[in-house]
Design a protein around this ligand. Structure first.
Ligand SMILES: Nc1ncnc2c1ncn2[C@@H]1O[C@H](COP(=O)(O)OP(=O)(O)OP(=O)(O)O)[C@@H](O)[C@H]1O
Ligand SMILES: [Mg+2]
Length: 256
């Protein structure tokens, strides 16, 4: 990724839930076109960090920039002021997020799920939003499920609709939080295949995952988070093959 510009920069990010400090100074950079995989023990702060990138949580210290813009705040002198809700939403619209739970609208068909945000937020016409949604559903292998309701779809198919829905907003960054953890083992592959394709197309992504093999194959970088800090980061083959820190070694020995 040498030479590519930085798309996401986190600097000394600290975040607490009440008095419980969860992020204790996260520093990282994601370059445009990079796929960063993030691993770490349960409770180490991975989901919290992704939520901070989208300003779904307030941070108490540090800064996050996406594409050169400070996330969630405006700076006056040395102080940060939280952006009004409308501006927070405008920032969030640039970032796609896919969770473990698919959270599709149950009373909307697949194509309606994918069309909803572009029509509402981007004011796209029904025709344009529909055409783009069909294209995206084909791209994730669901060209024959356009008019299906979520309850008619398997978990893997629902998650692929959720990915298409995120893509419909033409995000500059995609955040995945354990996108395959809720799936039966035989359905994991079809979702990883879609994410692999997005990586080939050069989409910038941060992927929290337990799929170490996938991280090694698709990730440009691998970040190991433990107890709210980045313990180790680097090319996946290096971090997995010869971890430098004892905490990384201990974690990997349990998951590989
Ligand atoms: N809304 C909340 N209120 C209070 N504490 C929370 C909240 N959400 C998360 N936490 C706590 O913050 C810590 C980090 O949680 P987080 O979900 O970020 O971990 P994680 O690395 O994503 O774990 P997992 O691998 O299990 O998903 C945990 O101790 C968790 O209990
Ligand atoms: Mg989590």
């Amino acid at each position: 990724m040498n030479g590519a510009e930085v798309l996401v920069r986190a600097e000394q990010v600290r975040m607490s839930y009440q008095r419980h400090e969860v992020l204790k100074g996260i520093d990282l950079e994601v370059h445009r076109g990079e796929v960063m995989c993030m691993v770490g023990p349960s409770g180490s702060g991975k989901s919290t960090f992704l939520r901070c990138v989208n300003h779904l949580e307030r941070i108490q210290h540090g800064r996050i920039w996406v594409d050169g813009t400070l996330v969630g705040y405006r700076q006056h002198g040395d102080t940060l002021h939280e952006l009004p809700e409308r501006e927070q939403c405008a920032q969030r619209a640039e970032i796609g997020m896919v969770f473990q739970e698919f959270n599709l609208f149950g009373h909307y068909t697949a194509v309606e799920n994918v069309m909803a945000a572009p029509m509402l937020v981007r004011r796209e016409s029904r025709e344009a939003a529909h055409a783009n949604a069909v294209r995206l559903l084909r791209r994730v292998g669901l060209g024959d499920k356009v008019d299906a309701y979520p309850r008619w779809l398997s978990g893997g198919q629902q998650q692929r609709v959720a990915i298409a829905r995120a893509l419909a907003m033409r995000p500059k960054l995609m955040l995945f939080d354990e996108p395959t953890s809720a799936l039966d083992p035989e359905l994991v592959g079809e979702v990883l295949d879609v994410i692999r394709d997005l990586a080939k197309d050069g989409l910038t992504m941060i992927i929290v995952t337990h799929e170490i093999g996938f991280a090694r194959e698709v990730g440009d970088s691998l970040v190991f988070v433990d107890d709210g800090v980045v313990v180790e980061a680097g090319p996946p083959a290096q971090v997995i093959g010869s971890p430098r820190h004892q905490r990384t070694q201990a974690f990997l020995s349990k998951v590989i």
